[in-house]
Design a protein around this ligand. Structure first.
Ligand SMILES: Nc1ncnc2c1ncn2[C@@H]1O[C@H](COP(=O)(O)OP(=O)(O)OP(=O)(O)O)[C@@H](O)[C@H]1O
Ligand SMILES: Nc1ncnc2c1ncn2[C@@H]1O[C@H](COP(=O)(O)OP(=O)(O)OP(=O)(O)O)[C@@H](O)[C@H]1O
Length: 577
């Protein structure tokens, strides 16, 4: 159904092709996962299927791409629209109408479908994607995940033969991601739809893939095979594979279920090695007041078989006793309520943030995470209650004053980027922060190598764009750092580097609050998880305690090794010595 023959794409002005010598085929009725590191060319490959590359992006495409027999170089995207439905990485760029219902109908209207068919399919899709409650809402008022669901719904309604999806679950909460992937699988199985999907969070998608096309590195030819074959050699792999490699399991398990069946011996080895040694490198306990409140391991909940030393391994180092320095809270919210239009986005939220602690805000799409971050940075004013950051009231503080207290990397990192080149953006960030020249650029390269100075931020891949926005904000080293979904578009290696940078900042006393659906990231880095539901805080406590007890928010390693309570592969590796 989709065929690539020796395809190379070179963007205008680029010294090297973005992808080179790509050849693979996707048969009708298969779900194929396109995987590979950030910036390796996944979106470029997807764009070549829908015709956006090169018709909209410019550049030259050599070789041949055909979809349902049509050559995408000689057919413009509009001439492929009856066959291919595409969702890009930026849902906002995708929308043509103003409301949810209109958006779901738009693609069908352009294809001239009968009104009764349109009506039925809109209703079906609203139900399938859990959008019924939002049907009349203006798209501009939706949360990030709600928008992503609408974008996916709008390409499903015309029932295209081919779906091309770029990180379709990047803004979705874990349960919503599972629902969307189950819907896609049903289309593949029941209607014979062909799906080509790029995704970084392989732990979410690998079990749905019939085959994987891996782009291992820039300009390298793809590796094509079954998920198990490709995962055995891939430079990007989910925690379940990482754990399988560590434990020497063969064949490698790809799902939590398969791994659990193999995990008996590993659990025994972990019990046997729990006798001695030092603590494990989990989220390192914060200093000062936060350490007193959240650092010590939650002893009562620790694994019954692991003993005291083991418990220390599971939950991170017990903090060294510190003098009781009076650390003021860097941010506080008291009975904070925010009403947006007619929506109660936050209800009576109480939150304190202490220097040195890293907090993960988690919860369903639309739960109020971005609104809470927006309140802390003055973008959203409280309807009732109060919020302060560094003693100031954010929405009444001038931006100049506020940047010394708090920095936000927003859900769409492009909102932060204004300059025409990466170099100019970095120079401006250094100037604004009063940092030595080169500070921002060093951070960019440290997070994601391979970004060139002269590139226009608009032309960066999703992960590259995020790395730049992160670097711009990190250059100012704000005492309170807010990150909204900071791992979209980032591969596992870039995520690990981000974790290192953030741990360093936390160790120096910066407070970090991140809104994330990435349970693996929360397990790696957060001392504390605050769970929101419908604008209310429904849980607030040490990460291990909150995520272990939740089927939605538990990371893969926790699920595999339960009832022992491990969070990350790094902890297991350390424990095995
Ligand atoms: N329109 C464009 N003009 C110039 N260069 C571009 C353009 N689009 C992408 N690039 C470059 O091509 C390379 C591949 O980008 P692409 O977006 O295809 O990667 P990706 O694998 O999808 O990345 P990510 O995982 O971060 O989304 C990157 O180096 C990027 O900077
Ligand atoms: N500008 C706005 N006008 C009206 N309602 C809004 C606006 N922005 C957000 N909302 C609504 O407020 C609620 C909270 O949205 P918010 O963006 O804070 O959620 P979130 O937890 O960050 O979601 P996601 O995980 O999808 O990013 C949602 O119901 C959303 O639809």
């Amino acid at each position: 159904m989709i065929r690539f023959e020796d395809v190379s794409v070179t963007y205008d002005g680029a010294a090297e092709p973005a992808v080179r010598g790509v050849g693979f085929e996707v048969p009708e009725g298969e779900l194929v996962l396109l995987a590979g590191p950030s910036g390796v060319g996944k979106s470029t490959v997807l764009g070549a299927v829908s015709g956006l590359v090169p018709h909209f992006t410019g550049g030259t495409l050599s070789g041949r791409v055909t979809v349902a027999g049509r050559d995408t170089r000689t057919h413009k995207p509009r001439q492929l629209a009856d066959v291919v439905g595409t969702v890009g990485q930026d849902p906002l760029a995708h929308f043509v109408t103003d409301t949810v219902e209109d958006e779901l109908a738009y693609g069908m209207e352009s294809l001239g479908l009968a009104p009764e068919v349109m009506r039925r399919r809109v209703e079906e899709t609203l139900d399938l994607l859990g959008l019924a409650g939002l049907r009349g809402r203006p798209i501009a008022t939706l949360s990030g995940g709600q928008r992503q669901r609408v974008a996916i719904g709008s390409v499903l309604t015309p029932h295209p033969q081919v779906l091309v999806l770029d990180e379709p679950t990047s803004a979705l909460d874990p349960a919503a991601a599972e629902e969307v992937l189950a819907v896609l699988q049903r289309l593949v199985h029941d209607l014979g739809t062909t799906v080509l999907l790029a995704e970084h969070r392989l732990e979410r998608v690998i079990q749905y893939a019939d085959r994987v096309v891996l782009l291992p590195g820039p300009g390298e030819a793809p590796v094509v095979g079954t998920p198990a074959e490709v995962m055995a050699v891939s430079p990007v792999f989910p925690p379940v594979v990482d754990l399988g490699r560590l434990a020497g399991w063969s064949p490698l398990p790809l799902t939590v279920r398969d791994a659990r069946r193999r995990a008996g011996d590993l659990r025994e080895r972990l019990v046997a090695s729990a006798g001695g040694g030092s603590g494990a490198p989990g989220p390192v306990a914060p200093r000062g007041a936060a350490a007193r409140r959240y650092g010590p391991a939650p002893v009562a909940d620790a694994a019954p078989t692991a003993g005291a030393a083991g418990r220390r391994r599971l939950f991170g180092r017990r903090p060294a006793p510190t003098a009781p320095t009076p650390h003021p809270h860097i941010a506080e919210a008291h009975s904070l309520s925010v009403r947006r239009d007619r929506i109660d986005a936050l209800r009576q939220v109480d939150l304190t943030v202490t220097p040195g602690e890293t907090i993960a805000l988690m919860g369903r799409n639309g739960a109020g995470k971005s609104t809470l971050l927006g309140s802390l940075v003055g973008l959203v004013a409280p309807t009732a209650g109060s919020v302060t950051v560094g003693g100031a009231t954010p929405h009444r503080t001038t931006p100049r004053d506020l940047v010394r207290r708090v920095g936000l990397v927003p859900q769409d990192p492009r909102d932060l980027l204004y300059a025409d080149t990466v170099a100019d953006e970095c120079a401006a960030a250094d100037r604004d922060a009063g940092a030595p020249p080169g500070t921002c650029r060093t951070l960019v390269s440290g997070l994601l190598p391979g970004i060139t100075d002269g590139t226009h931020p608009r032309d960066l891949s999703e992960g590259q764009c995020l790395a730049l926005a992160l670097a711009v904000v990190l250059t100012a080293r704000p005492p309170l750092l807010l990150l909204d979904e900071p791992t979209r578009g980032l591969d596992y290696a870039a995520k690990a580097r981000l974790v290192t940078v953030l741990r360093g900042l936390a160790a120096e006393g910066h407070a970090i609050v991140l809104a994330t659906h990435d349970v693996e990231l929360a397990a790696e880095i957060a001392h504390r998880v605050v769970l929101l539901a419908e604008g209310e805080v429904i849980a607030d406590g040490p990460t291990a305690q909150i995520v272990v007890s939740s089927p939605s928010f538990a990371p893969q390693v926790t699920k595999i090794l339960a009832p022992q309570q491990w969070l990350t592969v790094a902890q297991v590796r350390e424990a095995l010595g």
